[in-house]
Design a protein around this ligand. Structure first.
Ligand code: CDP
Ligand code: CDP
Length: 231
């Protein structure tokens, strides 16, 4: 059986996870948020008070850590850490952990394994270029940095009305992470050669979802999933 692989990459705040989740739900297939996996490992490193420069120790932790998704919820060593992985501290440190080559080998292997046994929509930074190079469809979502910072700010404000961060702080964090993610040696944030670029600056979530569904339809992916009784 051929498993459908849909890769969605792009910088922070481009709308990847919101849109990937909606597409997966529409198609009735798995959604894998690879950023959440790097965040979960970073959360463990923070909790254990390990120095972010102690690469040897972080590698050791990565080897003995169990990260899995159950019904779309991320579990770290058997515990739901959905909320904890979104903290400011984890957000600040995640790109340091994600640039360690051995960490990437472990998490990429896990991601490939899931995609080899399920139809998936997977989002991240290196999915089309490295994790799923033969994906059926590759989308590279982007938007201006000020729009991405504004979106993230509004999202955080909605969850926490006492938010002390200003939109400028978020823009600074996003720029720094984008730079680190793009410049690292091990599988950087990059547009795969065969990815379709969608600049979402002026588009709503629903418009982007619609556009991607059109692309999937033209590639007969929706028909294929219908024929295999998924939808
Ligand atoms: O949601 P947001 O854009 O803030 O980030 P995320 O998707 O949760 O990813 C958090 C961080 O994990 C990114 O800034 C990258 O450093 C790292 N990451 C990665 O290196 N490779 C991936 N495939 C996904 C995330
Ligand atoms: O996963 P990524 O970091 O790329 O972005 P996200 O977490 O999916 O989206 C960040 C925020 O922007 C969320 O609150 C989305 O609802 C919002 N968003 C939007 O307002 N318009 C879009 N076209 C895409 C996302």
């Amino acid at each position: 059986m051929h498993y459908i692989q849909i890769a969605i990459d792009g910088p922070a705040g481009a709308g990847k996870s919101t849109i990937a989740k909606k597409i997966a739900k529409k198609l009735g297939i798995l959604y894998i948020d690879t950023g959440a996996m790097y965040r979960a490992l970073t959360y463990k490193v923070v909790k254990l008070k390990v120095d972010i420069n102690n690469i040897e120790k972080i590698n050791e932790i990565a080897k003995e850590t169990n990260i899995e998704f159950r019904n779309g919820i991320i579990f770290l060593d058997g515990i739901d850490v959905s909320l904890e992985i979104r903290s400011q501290e984890v957000t600040k440190l995640v790109s340091f952990v994600a640039q360690i080559p051995e960490v990437r080998v472990i998490l990429v292997e896990l991601q490939k394994k899931v995609a080899n046994n399920n139809h998936v929509v997977m989002d991240g930074r290196d999915i089309g270029s490295n994790v799923l190079p033969n994906a059926d469809v590759k989308v590279f979502l982007t938007a201006s940095v000020s729009e991405r910072a504004k979106r993230r700010y509004l999202e955080m404000l909605e969850k926490n009305s006492d938010l002390t961060l200003a939109v400028e702080d978020i823009e600074k964090d996003i720029k720094l992470r984008d730079k680190m993610d793009s410049e690292r040696e091990a599988s950087p944030l990059i547009k795969a050669k065969d990815a379709i670029v969608l600049d979402t600056t002026l588009f709503t979530i629903d418009q982007v979802v619609e556009e991607i569904l059109n692309i999937l339809s033209k590639k007969n992916i929706i028909d294929y999933l219908t024929d295999t009784c998924i939808i």
